[in-house]
Structures are given as C-alpha cells and as structure tokens.
Design a protein around this ligand. Structure first.
Ligand code: FUL
Length: 481
C-alpha cells in the first residue's frame, strides 16, 4: 500500500517537472479564417465586365447591356488554368465601378439578364461556382462599392441596394473565402442619366460596420479585404511589391477604405492592435481588364517569379489578375506564361536541403520546443526559447559541403508575430559569413542570397518582441541567381 502510494507520488512529481510551460500568445493573433487565408498564398483575380468589350479600365456606367457578349465563355478553362498554375482560388469582379452585374441580380436590370449573351439566361457567378468546385478551388467576390450606373449612388438608399446585392452573392453561390471591398471612388459617372460628379465621404458614407456584419452572418469563414481590413489589408500599391518589413498588424481603427494610407499599408503597424495581414494584388498585364493591344505585354514567367518573391516571399499573399478576353476565356499568352511560371517554381523549390539535417540551437525552452522542430515538416511544432530570452541562433548542419542560395522561414503565427530582426550566415573558410540582414518574418518569408558552398547555415534571431517561435526553415539551391 505504502509502496504504491510512493510510486504514484513520484510519477506525479516527475511529470510536473518535465512539463514545460507553453509560450503565451503575444499581441494580436490571427483568427481561424485568417489562418486559412494565409495558407492560400497564391490565387487568381478575374477582372471581367463590359470594359472587356469597350476596351476601358473604368466603365462610365452608361454601357448598353448588349455589349457584354462573350462568344465562348468558359469558366472551366479559367479554373483549370488556375489549378494547373498552382493557384488555390479565384476572386471575380461580380460588379466593377460601371455597375454591370455578372449575375442576374433581382435589384437591377443592369446585368447579364439584359444582355444578349446566353439569351439573357446566363450567370457568370453560377458557372464559376461549378468550375471552382470541379477543380477544387475556393471562390471569392469583388463587389465595387462605387457604382457609376446607379441613379441612387450617393444617397442612403444606395447602401440598401449595395447590401442587397451582397446578400445575393453571399447566399446563392456557395462558400465564399474572400470578399473584396475596393476603395476607389472617382466622382463622375452616368448615375441613371444625370451624368454628373457625385462625391461621397469615404469615411462615413458606406457605414462599413453594418456591411461587415452581413458578411460575418452569411459567410462566417470569409475574410474581408479593403485598404484597412477588417481581415486583410491592401499592400499600398498595385505593382506587386510587398514590403520587406511587413507586420501583419494594424491600428485599423485609424483607417478607412479609400483613405490616404498607401504609405503605411506596406509595413503595417509594428504596434498594431489587430491582426490584418497584407495581400498583394497585381495584374499579369498593364491593365486590370483585357485589351487586345496588351497581348504582347503579358508578364514573362521570370517576371512572375520576381512577383512571387516580392509577395509570398514577403509575408503577403499574391492575388494575380488574369483577365479573360472577349471570347470569355483566358488568353493563350497569359496561359502560357502562367504555366511556364509554375514549372519555374517547381525547379526553384525542388529539394529542401534542410530536410532531415541535424539542427541545433543556442538555447531551447525545453522538451517539446527543440530546434529539430524547424525541419520536421510539421507546422504545429516549433522551436522556442525561454520567455525572458528574445534572441537565439539556429544552426543547420548540412553534413557535406552544399550549394545554397535560398532560405524560407516561418514563424508560428498562432501565438503572434514576434521577430523584429534576424541574420543568416554561412560557415565558410573557418568563419561565419553574413548572407542576409532581415527584419520581420511572420507567416512566411523567402529570401535570395548569392550562391555559397557551405556545410552549415546559421539563422540568428537577434531581436524579437517576445521569445521567438520558429516553425519552419527550408534551404534551396535555385538554378536562378
Ligand atoms: C482598383 C480599381 O479602381 C481597379 O479598377 C481595379 O479593380 C483594382 C483591383 O482596384 O481600386
């Protein structure tokens, strides 16, 4: 009896001693829907409307519905190309600034139902939905708040109209992963024939919190994009440039869509009180819509690779616009470039050289937080130091001398974004040679450095808001520079 009692006591005390306290979250952390969004990384934007047929970028709102007449619309081709290109979803301009709806909205006649396409029975959203399902893609919608066709734009009634349209999109087309709220409000337009300038106050007119509630209620898993979130923020430019220092944090209450915040949006706010990561939206052509005279100006596969590094490689998602042409399919030139880029990507990240290698750290928090968690292929495990230690080195032993020129690093963001400064170095000729001085990491960064031959790579996390939590490090030898 006494013996059993002692045994139980010692088992209890042993496990109490071997229990390492898990790190607490630090600062804002991502929601479930934001975490799912981070993992999407790369997806397609589709700009398609009357502009495709009038050769414009911003339709005035007076376009006849009959101009929308794709001769061979095929959303399955869009989805097949997106899937083959390695993309995870498609976001479509259900309504752009011109007000023409790609679905037969009950609330206006300015839509596909008044066009000659498919005898007015067509619905681009419906076709895209089934194509996305067939090819395993998620679907998102862009619904322009600015409507140059609507006679009531600028009045409170317009908000009811806008929200009714949003409800249609969020109830009739299955699961939506992202709702895109554009910030542009140009002023002049057709507005039911008045052809005038209508100015609204970006800050107050749209009363966004009410609209956001509708999305939360009808599509609780969807993230909402705008210049200032609430879930995803604009990166501040349309040229494909994520910021190297990129906090997934924002003091979003200080901002509103359409405000003058472009300079802030790249870096975010280091001391932000909300998790609002950046999305890079950029077009494969100079314009957002298809223009035949841009057929020769499609980005090359190499250029797309640069975009990938300046977006996904900088803790941002890449929303790449590929506009269908007048047939209603993605143009041959764009498809060729996208698929060749996919092949380049495969070669770029062909073999993770860190995988299976011995890893050590200057210090670890304890059992469960070992350095080897950074290359175990499990995103749920991570290396951590003690709470009071906001720095530390990871050394990856490559065994033999190995050629390396790329590094990928991920923080365990479920507990917050922490790292403020890091360096990467290689052991060459008996000493550590610096390769990279970096700042933030977040969900993922991928950095290039000139090719080195080395048997050891060191990552120094030199400054962090709280103990660094690193879930993944990969090393590559890219055939590129
Ligand atoms: C901008 C719009 O004005 C462009 O036409 C395009 O839709 C782009 C993605 O957002 O604000």
């Amino acid at each position: 009896m006494k013996k059993t009692f002692c045994l139980i006591i010692s088992i209890i005390s042993l496990s109490a001693f071997s229990q390492v306290k898990p790190p607490e979250p630090f600062g804002p952390v991502p929601s479930e829907r934001q975490l799912a969004w981070h993992e999407m990384e790369y997806y397609m934007f589709v700009h398609f409307t009357v502009n495709t047929f009038t050769d414009k970028e911003w339709g005035y709102g007076d376009e006849k519905e009959s101009v929308f007449n794709p001769t061979a619309l095929d959303c399955r081709q869009w989805a097949r190309v997106a899937r083959d290109a390695g993309m995870k979803g498609i976001i479509i301009t259900a309504k752009h600034h011109d007000g023409f709806c790609l679905w037969p909205s009950k609330f206006t006649d300015h839509s596909v139902k008044s066009s000659t396409w498919d005898d007015g029975k067509g619905d681009v959203l419906r076709e895209l939905r089934s194509a996305c399902d067939e090819y395993g893609l998620k679907m998102g919608v862009y619904l322009s708040p600015w409507d140059r066709n609507s006679s009531i734009y600028g009045t409170p009634e317009y908000l009811t109209y806008y929200r009714n349209q949003l409800r249609e999109l969020l109830t009739n087309y299955g699961d939506i992963f992202e709702v895109w709220f554009d910030g542009a409000n140009g002023g002049d337009g057709y507005y039911g024939g008045t052809r005038e300038i209508r100015k609204i106050d970006n800050k107050t007119y749209y009363n966004w919190p009410v609209t956001h509630e509708i999305v939360r209620k009808l599509q609780p898993s969807a993230v909402m994009f705008s210049d200032a979130g609430p879930d995803i923020r604009w990166v501040g430019n349309e040229s494909g440039m994520g910021s190297q220092t990129n906090w997934s944090l924002l003091r979003k209450d200080e901002m509103y869509p359409g405000g003058d915040f472009a300079k802030i949006l790249g870096e975010g706010h280091e001391n932000g009180n909300y998790w609002v990561p950046a999305e890079v939206d950029v077009s494969i052509r100079p314009g957002w819509f298809y223009h035949q005279n841009q057929d020769s100006l499609v980005r090359s596969p190499e250029n797309l690779m640069e975009l990938y590094y300046s977006s996904v490689g900088r803790n941002s998602n890449l929303l790449l616009n590929v506009p269908p042409d007048r047939r209603g399919i993605l143009n041959e030139n764009d498809v060729k470039s996208l698929l060749a880029f996919r092949e380049l990507l495969k070669k770029e990240f062909d073999k993770d050289l860190a995988k299976g290698m011995k890893v050590s750290a200057t210090s670890i928090r304890g059992k469960g937080y070992e350095a080897s968690n950074i290359n175990d292929g499990n995103p749920e495990t991570f290396w951590a130091t003690n709470d009071n230690q906001t720095y530390g080195d990871i050394i990856i032993d490559l065994g033999d001398t190995t050629e390396v020129n790329r590094i990928l690093i991920q923080e365990y963001i479920k507990l917050g974004q922490r790292v403020q400064e890091f360096q990467v170095s290689a052991f060459i000729g008996g000493e550590w040679k610096n390769l990279i001085d970096g700042t933030t990491i977040g969900y993922k960064i991928i950095r290039k450095f000139p090719l080195v031959k080395t048997s050891r790579i060191k990552v120094t996390f030199s400054k962090s808001k709280a103990c660094p939590l690193i879930s993944n490090i990969e090393l590559y030898r890219s055939p590129g520079n």
